[in-house]
Ligand binder design. Structure first.
Ligand SMILES: [Zn+2]
Length: 304
């Protein structure tokens, strides 16, 4: 049973927005690609764990802290007798393992961060945290290589790896128990959710300025700026996607608030952000309907 769902990481969302409004550097584009790929791998694993039919609690994406050491868990599954911790990797292509190091097969055989180091750290910190919470369940930590196009040569048999061809069988095996989840398991899950850190403190945003970003409405389907307003609807000239003006305005509000959390939302700020395409009247009406209006006259602004 899904107990905590995954949401798109703030950093990825910001990079996705920026990618359509400013020219990212090669390094930033690569970072966006890696974030995107990692997130897609996690979603793919979520779709597999969602098929588990036995009694369990699935907590996706936890950021926890133990003695000021912050650690992240991609997927945690609480089963009646074991807590499984999964680190999901969406590596693609040929890799090989040598002397506790991981290399890509592509020349010049560059070394990549060994995910085992991160896994051992998370496992150790989770064990301490669960101990402090009075939980005596066994912990099993595994790295899931989710991409079917991934091959790892020279894999030592004793490493906690789940290779693409083993994932389904592993998930079948874990659900073979007939034991049930109790209130104690649920209490543990609730404790972990309450300890989850919403905003990663180590997150360093890319640097960008309001005036550097391209203004305008972006099609939710194809990313084009070619949007025309027809009554209460907006139509994309590139792909024909239709969207209610109201929805488009609120998408812009959310984007602006994520990119510039300090910005005060008014009819004018949204009018400028949309590159003056939508009538101020429609913007004002939409903000009033979906947000709380604060202040009077020229000080009027909107908050959630
Ligand atoms: Zn479009």
């Amino acid at each position: 049973m899904l107990y905590k769902s995954r949401i798109m990481p703030r950093e990825l969302q910001i990079y996705q927005y920026l990618n359509l409004r400013v020219k990212l550097s090669g390094k930033e584009r690569k970072h966006l690609f890696n974030l995107q790929k990692g997130y897609e791998g996690e979603l793919q694993f979520d779709s597999l764990t969602a098929t588990i039919r036995s009694d369990c609690l699935i907590l996706n994406d936890l950021l926890l802290s133990n003695n000021r050491n912050i650690f992240q868990i991609d997927t945690l599954i609480i089963l009646p007798d074991t807590v499984y911790l999964f680190e999901v990797k969406n590596f693609e292509g040929d890799y090989f393992y040598d002397s506790d190091r991981l290399y890509t097969q592509v020349p010049p055989n560059s070394e990549v961060n060994n995910p085992l180091i991160q896994l051992h750290r998370s496992e150790s910190l989770l064990r301490q945290l669960l101990h402090n919470l009075g939980c005596k369940l066994t912990i099993q930590a595994l790295i899931v290589f989710i991409n079917p196009e991934f091959t790892l040569y020279q894999t030592p048999i004793n490493k906690p790896f789940l290779l693409p061809g083993q994932i389904n069988r592993f998930l079948q095996k874990v659900q073979s128990t007939s034991q049930k989840i109790t209130n104690e398991h649920k209490t543990l899950a609730n404790q972990l959710i309450s300890l989850h850190i919403q905003d990663p403190p180590l997150y360093i945003p890319p640097s960008y300025q309001y005036h550097d970003l391209k203004k305008g409405n972006i099609c939710r389907n194809c990313g084009s700026y070619e949007i025309t307003v027809k009554g209460t609807k907006c139509i994309c000239k590139s792909c024909g996607e239709k969207e209610l003006s109201e929805d488009l305005i609120m998408r812009n509000v959310k984007e602006l608030m994520l990119l510039f959390p300090e910005m005060i939302i008014t009819t004018n700020t949204i009018f400028e952000w949309c590159d003056k395409v939508l009538p101020k009247r429609t913007i004002g009406r939409t903000l009033k309907r979906h947000m709380n209006c604060k202040g009077e006259h020229q000080w009027r602004h909107y908050e959630f």
